[in-house]
Design a protein around this ligand. Structure first.
Ligand code: ZN
Length: 424
């Protein structure tokens, strides 16, 4: 890439590889754990007792928590957590999915989260997710491009030419074949390498198969599916695995599932996974309940989730005084309604991390007439009672099947997170 600093170029290339390997939350977790294993992190199962381990991780479905205990760690050194989410809006395969209409075979899908539905049209889609066989084996799968949700040509309805109106039941079913189609369950088994087994159940999603790309006359933009929120998952993972992030606090990397559908699941940020994992970690280190709470009181959390850059065609939707642009640094997200958990204490932690890393940052706050989104930040702050700050890189087209960010911002986020963990 011409004109960009080498570390940023390699970070964005690695992010592209991470997205390609992570079409679903389950794949993201598998990819994260393989990188943790390379970094000598030990896998602990929730069904086993947890021995004290300086570097370990635990997986719950599409969520993963990893931690690193520094030598000589004391409760008053606290815990520094970076949280993100592994899921993105998508179309999810229904049970008994085969449909037929007018000589076509189609697959029935449900809407997962809040995708910009129009952006899913006219893209080659694959199927990806996990299956469970009747033997109880869980396997991941990802097919190549096999589906498409087709637009209607303007000649057939002029009223749709400028404004797509999609009925969520009638207009989103992807085409699968002309005439009789192969059994999709056999296809899932084959893609999972489980031919000959019997399918018990599945969590399978459509995903856009087009690779991510750097573009722009100055090579300054990055287009990809799942920047919300793999940009944060990847930045926090690379920061966590960077030895320069070693500090005095117990470092925790947490990536939750199901943020896009409200987080209230066993692997979501409103579930007990993080609180339970933290208690089991401190118990393995010999802390009683009171000392655990003492450690939490000395702790903090960075909630990393993508946010919005100012949109030039809709600038009036943004706050007039805070207009973030790509490649000007990750956002600090603020909301008086506490839709983001940031307060002055958490914000000061973030500014200190950016200053130490030498990366720019910019503030995001909503236009008062536009409802503010939310993140896992307020959920973890409410569950754990620790200081939390909401941050993330600015995007255009959030929840599109192809979002846009600046090529430098993911690397800047990773550098700031290294500095956050490394701080005394
Ligand atoms: Zn998000």
């Amino acid at each position: 890439m011409i004109g960009r600093m080498a570390p940023m170029a390699s970070h964005i290339e690695d992010l592209a590889a991470f997205v390609a390997a992570s079409p679903t939350s389950y794949h993201a977790v598998a990819h994260i754990t393989s990188r943790l294993e390379e970094g000598r992190y030990v896998s602990l199962r929730e069904t086993d007792p947890w021995m004290p381990e300086p570097r370990a991780y635990a997986v719950r479905d599409g969520a993963v928590i990893a931690w690193r205990v520094p030598d000589g760690w004391r409760p008053q050194d606290g815990i520094r957590i970076v949280g993100s989410h592994t899921d993105s809006p998508a179309l999810k395969l229904k049970p008994n999915p085969v449909l037929s209409s007018a000589g076509w075979s189609q697959l029935g899908v449900e809407v997962y989260g809040g995708p910009l539905l129009g952006t899913w049209l006219d893209r080659e889609l694959g199927l990806a997710g996990r299956i469970v066989t009747r033997d109880g084996e869980v396997r991941l799968l990802a097919t190549g491009p096999i589906l498409r949700v087709p637009h209607l040509a303007p000649h057939l309805d002029r009223t749709l030419a400028d404004r797509v109106q999609l009925d969520r039941q009638r207009h989103l079913q992807p085409v699968y074949a002309v005439g009789t189609a192969p059994d999709p369950y056999e296809l899932l088994l084959e893609a999972a390498g489980a031919t000959g087994s019997e399918l018990a159940s599945y969590d399978v999603f459509c995903y856009p198969t087009e690779p991510s790309a750097v573009f722009g006359v100055q090579h300054e933009f990055f287009a990809s599916w799942r920047l919300d929120n793999l940009s944060s998952v990847h930045a926090s993972l690379t920061a966590f695995l960077d030895e320069a992030s070693a500090g005095e606090s117990l470092a925790v990397f947490a990536a939750f599932d199901h943020e896009e559908v409200g987080s209230s699941t066993r692997s979501g940020a409103s579930g007990p996974f993080l609180a339970d994992a933290l208690r089991r970690i401190t118990a393995s280190l010999g802390l009683d309940d009171a000392t655990h709470l003492q450690a939490l009181a000395a702790s903090s959390c960075v909630s990393a989730d993508a946010g919005h850059a100012v949109h030039p065609n809709y600038a009036e939707q943004h706050d007039p005084g805070n207009r973030p642009l790509p490649n000007r640094g990750p956002l600090l997200k603020l909301s008086a309604q506490q839709r983001y958990a940031s307060d002055a204490t958490g914000s000061a932690l973030w500014y200190a991390a950016c200053r130490a890393a030498g990366v720019p940052t910019q503030e995001f706050v909503s236009n008062n007439a536009v409802p503010c989104g939310s993140t896992i930040g307020p959920l973890t702050a409410t569950r754990l009672g620790i200081v939390t700050v909401d941050v993330g890189i600015p995007l255009l087209s959030m929840h599109s099947a192809r979002e846009l960010c600046g090529v430098d911002d993911p690397g800047h986020l990773a550098a700031a997170l290294v500095a956050y963990w490394a701080a005394a």
